[in-house]
Write a protein that binds this ligand. Structure first.
Ligand code: ZN
Ligand code: ZN
Length: 275
C-alpha cells in the first residue's frame, strides 16, 4: 500500500510540476498558490489552453492569410475578421468547460483508477509502442463514432453539434473554428482519450502530449488547405465534412471512414467538378 501511494505520488508530482511551469509565469502567486491542487490543475489547463489556442491560431492565420496570401487559398476564401471573431467568442465561452476534462482525467490518474504508468522503462519500449498504437486506434474508433452519433442522433445534432456546423463554407472556416463547439460537444469528442486510460496501459506523459496535439490538430483541419498526405485526414477532408455533413467524420486518418463507407476524397470531388 505504501509503495502504491508512493507510485501515485509520482503522478501528483508530475502534474504539480506542470502547474509550477505555467502558473508562476502568468499569475501573481497569491492568486493561485492558496488554491487546492485540483483547482490549480484546472487553472493551468485553462491558461495553457487559451494561450495555445491564440498563439497557434494567430501564427497560422498570419502565415496562410498574410505571408502566403493567395498561395494556399484563393482570395475569396480568406475568412472575414467577423467570422473569426465569432469563432473565438464561441471557443472562449466553451474553454472553461473543456478544461474540466483533462483536469478530471489527471485526477483519475493521480488516484490510481486508470492503467497509466509513469516511466517507459516500467514496460519497456516494445510494449510502450504497442500500447500507444492501440491507444491511437481506439481513439480513432471512439472519435469517429462519437462524431458520427453527434450527427445521426438528431437532438444531439440540434442542441450540441450544430453550433460547430454554422461554419459551412470555405470562407467562414478558419483555424479558430477548431475549438468553436458547444462545451458539451467539445468534451464528448475528447472523451475517447479518457476512456482509453481505463482500457490500455498508457504512458502518462504521452497521454498529456496527445491531448496537446489534439488542440493543434483541430485548428489545422479547419484551415481548408488540402495537404494530400495519405492516410491523414487533413483539412481537405474536413472541409467536405462541413459542406456535406455526411462524410469524413474521422479524426487523424481516413481509415474509419474508408471502412464504413463515409469517406469522400477531396481530389475525386475536384475531378467530378471538372467533368
Ligand atoms: Zn460534424
Ligand atoms: Zn469542424
Amino acid at each position: 500500500m505504501a509503495n502504491h501511494n508512493k507510485y501515485l505520488q509520482m503522478f501528483v508530482d508530475e502534474t504539480t510540476m506542470y502547474n509550477n511551469i505555467v502558473l508562476p509565469h502568468l499569475l501573481p502567486s497569491n492568486w493561485w498558490a492558496p488554491l487546492p491542487h485540483l483547482c490549480q490543475t484546472w487553472l493551468r489547463n485553462y491558461l495553457a489552453g487559451v494561450l495555445l489556442y491564440f498563439v497557434s491560431g494567430f501564427l497560422w492565420c498570419f502565415y496562410i492569410y498574410h505571408l502566403k496570401r493567395n498561395v494556399f487559398l484563393p482570395k475569396d476564401s480568406v475568412p472575414s475578421t467577423r467570422a473569426m471573431l465569432l469563432q473565438i467568442y464561441v471557443a472562449m465561452k466553451a474553454m472553461p468547460f473543456y478544461c474540466a476534462l483533462p483536469t478530471v482525467s489527471e485526477y483519475m490518474v493521480e488516484s490510481g483508477w486508470t492503467k497509466c504508468f509513469y516511466t517507459i522503462s516500467e514496460v519497456g519500449w516494445f510494449a510502450y509502442i504497442v500500447y500507444t498504437i492501440i491507444y491511437l486506434v481506439l481513439v480513432e474508433f471512439g472519435i469517429y463514432w462519437m462524431h458520427r452519433e453527434l450527427h445521426d442522433i438528431k437532438p444531439l445534432y440540434k442542441y450540441l453539434h450544430a453550433t460547430h456546423h454554422i461554419y459551412n463554407k470555405q470562407n467562414t472556416l478558419s483555424p479558430f473554428a477548431g475549438l468553436a463547439f458547444h462545451p458539451i460537444d467539445g468534451i464528448l469528442q475528447a472523451v475517447p482519450h479518457v476512456m482509453v486510460l481505463f482500457l490500455v496501459p498508457t504512458h502518462f506523459r504521452t497521454h498529456i502530449g496527445l491531448l496537446f496535439l489534439e488542440a493543434i490538430w483541430t485548428a489545422n483541419i479547419h484551415d481548408c488547405i488540402h495537404a494530400k498526405i495519405w492516410p491523414v485526414m487533413g483539412a481537405g477532408y474536413h472541409t467536405i465534412h462541413h459542406t456535406t455533413y455526411r462524410h469524413n467524420y474521422g479524426h487523424y486518418t481516413i481509415w474509419m471512414d474508408w471502412m464504413l463507407g463515409t469517406l469522400r476524397d477531396p481530389d475525386e470531388d475536384g475531378d467530378q467538378k471538372l467533368k
